[in-house]
Design a protein around this ligand. Structure first.
Ligand SMILES: Nc1ncnc2c1ncn2[C@@H]1O[C@H](COP(=O)(O)OP(=O)(O)OP(=O)(O)O)[C@@H](O)[C@H]1O
Ligand SMILES: [Mg+2]
Length: 224
């Protein structure tokens, strides 16, 4: 049975894509077949192959299974903004069925699937639906990426509480050094370890984006 994890974060732009690539690489190193999934992306660039989102391209590249772009990212909006706003503006509703079918397809192809969310845990997808509602429907175990910066303890604890409230399993968290310098980082980490009962799967250091290909070693998959 495919191991499937949903990767959320304490905010947008805090390292969900970087951490999801690291998780894929860690599983690749153990010779598992892997697939990254970004069901909904907003922000696309036109290429000779069509509209592409950078997060989805990185997940495609870090998957051990060869996947077509739209298998990794079935729903893509060109504008880089909150999915429900652009969905409403373009009259293109976000269908849970499309997200679920895409996931089933990847689960047939890979032993490990890591799904990157969009924004944070309670990102809305329409007036009625939140991203979390789909994760609940799928009963997925959740990993939180914590971008290490001022305010992250509060954001992390709010996210932990909301996941618990959803009745889902929080299986781990990844600390991500989003800034080159963070004062009191040791103290922040100590508090995160103390306050979050799920295990820390790894700490991703601040790095030059070129080194995104070498992040698997910072993740301990045996904790999953
Ligand atoms: N550990 C790190 N060291 C250096 N740069 C980082 C690190 N983590 C993330 N970044 C950079 O910060 C930016 C945001 O990271 P990333 O795209 O992974 O965030 P995200 O949470 O996936 O964002 P989004 O909500 O847009 O999907 C990127 O430019 C990425 O290269
Ligand atoms: Mg991302």
């Amino acid at each position: 049975m495919t191991k499937t994890y949903f990767v959320t974060g304490t905010d947008t732009e805090i390292g969900k894509t970087v951490a999801t690539c690291a998780l894929l690489q860690a599983a690749n190193q153990c010779s598992f077949s892997t697939a990254g999934y970004k069901p909904i992306a907003s922000g696309g660039q036109m290429t000779k192959y069509g509209l592409r989102n950078n997060d989805a391209c990185l997940l495609q590249k870090n998957s051990s299974v060869s996947l077509r772009y739209n298998e990794v990212n079935p729903i893509l909006f060109e504008a880089s903004t909150c999915p429900h706003i652009i969905s409403e503006k373009t009259g293109k509703p976000i269908e849970f069925s499309v997200m679920s079918e895409g996931l089933r397809n990847l689960q047939l192809k890979a032993e490990w699937v890591f799904i990157e969310g969009a924004g944070g845990w309670y990102t809305p997808l329409s007036v009625e639906k939140k991203y979390a509602d789909w994760v609940i429907l799928q009963e997925l175990p959740v990993i939180i990426v914590i971008g290490l910066k001022l305010g992250c303890i509060n954001h992390a604890l709010l996210t932990v509480e909301s996941i618990k409230y959803s009745g889902l399993d929080l299986v781990g968290w990844v600390g991500n050094e989003i800034a080159s310098i963070m004062y009191y980082q040791v103290e922040y980490l100590k508090n995160l370890h103390r306050l979050i009962s799920a295990p820390c799967l790894g700490l991703i250091p601040y790095h030059n984006p070129e080194f995104i290909i070498k992040l698997g070693k910072f993740i301990d998959l045996s904790l999953l």
